[in-house]
Design a protein around this ligand. Structure first.
Ligand code: ADP
Length: 170
């Protein structure tokens, strides 16, 4: 089974895919950036399910590098896969945690039976991961993961992020 990696520029909440990945924070209760956009457009059903996860399996929140799925509410997708990126550190190498976000999201996608999965550039916003390095880790992690997903689509919000990912994929 081969997985095709594709690129799109724009707002991930406008994408149509089986699963849309959210760069969440460990509270799972919403935030800014992609997270805020997904909850705004997806509606309250997503937050309701996140709250239920916090009340059951994930009472301490979701650790960095892990992933969990909920409904996608009003988004054009069946599921949102929430994953928590690491905060960039200049003194500590957290690359393995960022790679784990991509691997774990694909593992959850396989469990769900999702065939198309849209990813944002995890950790490159509020969590400040440098785009070049984040793109390298994203592409290497997806290419290095054995999955039944047919298409992994990176959805980049701005021109610069798109160009950095395009160079890395090229
Ligand atoms: P993190 O906390 O993991 O850094 P952010 O949401 O702050 O997450 O940013 C991750 C990346 O997502 C950034 O590159 C940001 O520009 C981008 N981004 C923000 N909003 C959207 C959106 N609606 N669709 C796609 N990407 C987005």
């Amino acid at each position: 089974m081969t997985t095709t990696l594709t690129l799109t520029q724009g707002d991930i909440t406008r994408e149509s895919a089986d699963a849309i990945v959210n760069a969440a924070n460990s509270s799972l209760l919403g935030g800014g950036g992609v997270d805020g956009a997904i909850h705004r457009r997806g509606g309250p059903a997503i937050l309701d399910e996140c709250r239920r996860l916090r009340a059951s399996h994930h009472c301490r929140g979701l650790p960095a590098g892990q992933a969990v799925a909920t409904t996608a509410g009003n988004l054009d997708a069946q599921w949102v896969i929430h994953t928590v990126g690491p905060v960039w550190s200049p003194t500590e190498d957290r690359s393995e945690l960022l790679a784990s976000c991509y691997r774990e999201s694909l593992r959850v996608a396989d469990e769900l039976g999702a065939r198309t999965v849209a990813f944002p550039a995890i950790s490159t916003g509020v969590y400040r991961w440098p785009m070049e390095d984040a793109a390298r880790i994203a592409v290497e992690s997806v290419r290095g993961t054995s999955t039944d997903v047919d298409e992994v689509r990176f959805v980049l919000f701005d021109d610069r992020a798109y160009e950095v990912f395009a160079r890395r994929l090229g």
